[in-house]
Design a protein. Structure first.
Length: 367
């Protein structure tokens, strides 16, 4: 396998390459390109990272190559981790539209470089906004060659929270968090399955979660709960913040825990979990074992009432990309919430791409 990690010297990038090599997903006969930009700390950091990785994995490391020019990326799989991130100051207003505008140019730069290749790579997008990155790369490379990892990390988090409540291992839980990698994520309570415990226990938990509120109201419940966390953080009362978090139901904790981690990690954010989720997806491709995963993909009518938009849905991922959307028997509220998520993603993507050459904001087509 030939794999490239764009943004390899960032927190998530460093975690990812370590996890990939530790799991042996790139054989010694393969090639790993660690990618950054020319000049300054980034370029120097790539060379020091290469030396460190070679020392750590000297008996099993593949060929590791430093790349600073998008045109020099030659890989079967590319992981996009570069770009600006949100501030870790909880009192600052997170402007995802500006974040998207800042990162859109970077996405387009790499997408253009890959599209000119005779063998374009499969692309896993984890840079935010994930949906915008998927849109841009899918337009350039073909939609089945591009997935966003946000829905898989959200799904793993949802399974983790359910496993905590049911006192089982996460591998025993099958559940999905779909929609947007953001406020409009949709933890699908109706689809919770757990092996090794009575079905009545699962049904009881589902009923309890549904009493907490509708899937349609999830974004407002999430935002209100975040405000309470911020109040505690502004008072430097991390323990009260964590106690409040742990008192919330599993579906809310799915969106709240990474928020709390992001704002209490002194800049390191959620890189371990992010890298773990991406490593799972690379493993599907490297080990040639097709698997149903949740991912942001560009749809063309495969999901009810969601049109031709990017959305986090279950897909079958194989060595050549995602093959098909896997339908779920969701309840009415969950379907409505996914329609809301589709509109939120579409509106956000359109806003991020209103960039005029002269500085004025103009509409740019999504496809």
């Amino acid at each position: 396998m030939r794999l490239a990690v764009i943004g390899a010297t960032g927190h998530c990038g460093r975690q990812l390459v370590v996890q990939l090599l530790d799991r042996g997903l790139i054989p010694s006969s393969g090639n790993l390109q660690i990618v950054g930009h020319h000049g300054g700390i980034s370029e120097m950091g790539l060379h020091s990272l290469r030396a460190d990785l070679t020392d750590a994995f000297c008996d099993s490391a593949p060929s590791i190559e430093v790349v600073i020019d998008p045109e020099c990326i030659h890989a079967d799989v590319v992981v996009m981790l570069a770009g600006r991130t949100l501030s870790t100051n909880p009192t600052e207003n997170a402007d995802r539209t500006q974040l998207g505008k800042d990162n859109a140019e970077l996405f387009e730069q790499y997408a253009k470089a890959f599209s000119s290749s005779s063998e374009p790579p499969l692309v896993i997008v984890q840079s935010n906004p994930v949906e915008l990155g998927v849109q841009i790369f899918a337009e350039a490379l073909g939609r089945h060659r591009v997935i966003g990892a946000g829905a898989w990390s959200d799904t793993l988090r949802f399974r983790t929270e359910l496993a905590r409540d049911l006192d089982v291992r996460r591998t025993h839980v099958r559940a999905w968090s779909l929609g947007q990698h953001g406020d409009h994520l949709v933890p699908c309570i109706s689809q919770i399955e757990v092996s090794g415990i009575p079905r009545s226990h699962v049904s009881s938990l589902q009923s309890e979660l549904k009493r907490g509120g509708s899937s349609v109201d999830y974004p407002s419940r999430l935002q209100n709960s975040r405000k309470i966390l911020v109040d505690h953080l502004e008072q430097n009362d991390w323990q009260q913040a964590e106690q409040f978090l742990n008192s919330c139901p599993a579906d809310l904790r799915t969106g709240l825990r990474p928020f709390l981690t992001h704002f209490t990690s002194r800049g390191n954010t959620t890189e371990v979990m992010t890298a773990h989720a991406v490593t799972d997806l690379v493993a599907c491709l490297a080990e040639a074992r097709p698997q149903v995963i949740a991912a942001q993909v560009l749809l063309k009518g495969e999901w009810p009432n969601c049109g031709e938009n990017v959305l986090g849905v279950p897909v079958l991922l194989g060595v050549n990309g995602w093959d098909q959307v896997c339908k779920l028997d969701l309840d009415i509220d969950e379907l409505k919430a996914l329609q809301q998520a589709t509109k939120a993603i579409s509106d956000a993507t359109l806003a991020c791409r209103r960039i005029g050459d002269d500085g004025d904001h103009q509409n740019r087509p999504l496809s």
